[in-house]
Design a protein around this ligand. Structure first.
Ligand code: PBG
Length: 327
């Protein structure tokens, strides 16, 4: 019986390295950091061991560690002192994110700051836009001007990439126009347009103190059952001028990452979200899995699915693993 000898290409480490198809690089990583407006805080998030809420006055230390490890992309999430109905803290020039961005860019000009453009961390009701009092739902068109203001203030603070995560219809078009009119024609938009209404965001909502106080986000985030809907979102965002596309969450949505990769030529970003981090950490801390091997296998799976970049809370750990040279 004649058959194929696949094992020929697996015979030694050198052979396996030679035929390896997928790599992860430090340049692929974007590291999210939670910045809290109150002073002198470095508080571990109980559901995300190893991840902290960090005050602005302690942020430099964290940035230095990340930078020295080789991270060149960060994303800030803000925990403001005050919240209100329209999320004012998101778009004031001395808002927490604006201050964190200025600090990061002044210390590390070549560190790319990705700004998450959303209102949910700044609204007292925890939704991503303003609430229509009659329907108790998020008012799409009334939220857009506030999101434009947020994006412009983030760009003015020095953000290199605007990443709108609010899931309002038309956000890419409106923010693009707003940025252009304000003179930021060269600031790219990394759209979170394919964002599912996922329970994997649970730990993030503790970390960013942004859980909705009523209802849920199902009227603006996508149904996890849907695939064609992702194509519709992708089509709109491409028409509206997005430069990069995020798929979020990542691990339960690898099929969607592959679909996006196969249907567009722009860079694709996987958001390895909080719940994915927490599950892996919990199992690792229990000694049930090998953390390093599992994390790297997860990262490679996102890249193999077609992601060019990965937003992940594991970024610092991954740099340490890569430094050992084993991957
Ligand atoms: C919204 C935003 C969320 C996340 C990133 N941006 C929360 C949400 O939509 O509820 C979640 C990220 C994560 O879970 O790691 N500003």
């Amino acid at each position: 019986m004649k058959f194929d000898r696949h094992r020929r290409l697996r015979s030694s480490q050198a052979m396996r390295n030679m035929v390896k198809e997928t790599y992860l690089h430090k340049e692929d990583l974007i590291y999210p950091i939670f910045v809290i407006e109150k002073d002198d805080i470095k508080k571990e998030i109980s559901s995300m061991p190893g991840i902290y809420q960090i005050s602005l006055n302690l942020l430099e230390e964290e940035l230095k560690e990340a930078y020295d490890l080789g991270i060149r992309g960060v994303m800030f999430f803000g925990i403001p002192n005050e919240k209100d109905a329209c999320g004012t803290g998101a778009f004031i020039d001395d808002g927490i994110i604006q201050k964190a961005t200025k600090l990061a860019k002044s210390k590390y000009p070549d560190l790319l700051v990705v700004a998450d453009t959303c209102l949910c961390e700044y609204t007292d009701h925890g939704h991503c836009g303003v609430i229509d009092e009659e329907t108790k739902d998020v008012d799409n068109d009334k939220s857009l001007p506030l999101l434009i203001k947020t994006a412009i203030s983030q760009a003015r603070a020095g953000a290199d990439i605007i990443a709108p995560s609010n899931m309002m219809d038309g956000f890419v078009a409106e923010i693009r126009e707003g940025l252009d009119d304000a003179g930021f024609i060269n600031i790219p938009i990394m759209s979170y347009g394919i964002k599912y209404a996922s329970s994997f965001y649970g730990p993030f909502r503790e970390a960013a103190e942004g859980a909705p106080s009523f209802g849920d986000r199902k009227t603006y985030q996508m149904d996890p059952s849907n695939r064609l809907e992702a194509f519709r979102e992708l089509e709109s965002d491409l028409n509206e001028g997005c430069d990069m596309m995020i798929v979020k969450p990542a691990l339960s949505y690898l099929d969607i990452i592959r679909d996006v990769r196969n249907n567009t030529n722009i860079p694709v970003v996987a958001y390895n979200v909080s719940g994915e981090y927490s599950m892996t950490k919990a199992a690792a801390l229990n000694g049930w899995i090998d953390e390093e091997k599992i994390v790297m296998e997860q990262m490679i799976s996102m890249k193999r699915a077609g992601a060019d970049m990965i937003i992940t809370y594991f970024s610092k750990d991954i740099c340490r693993y890569l430094d050992k040279g084993a991957y």
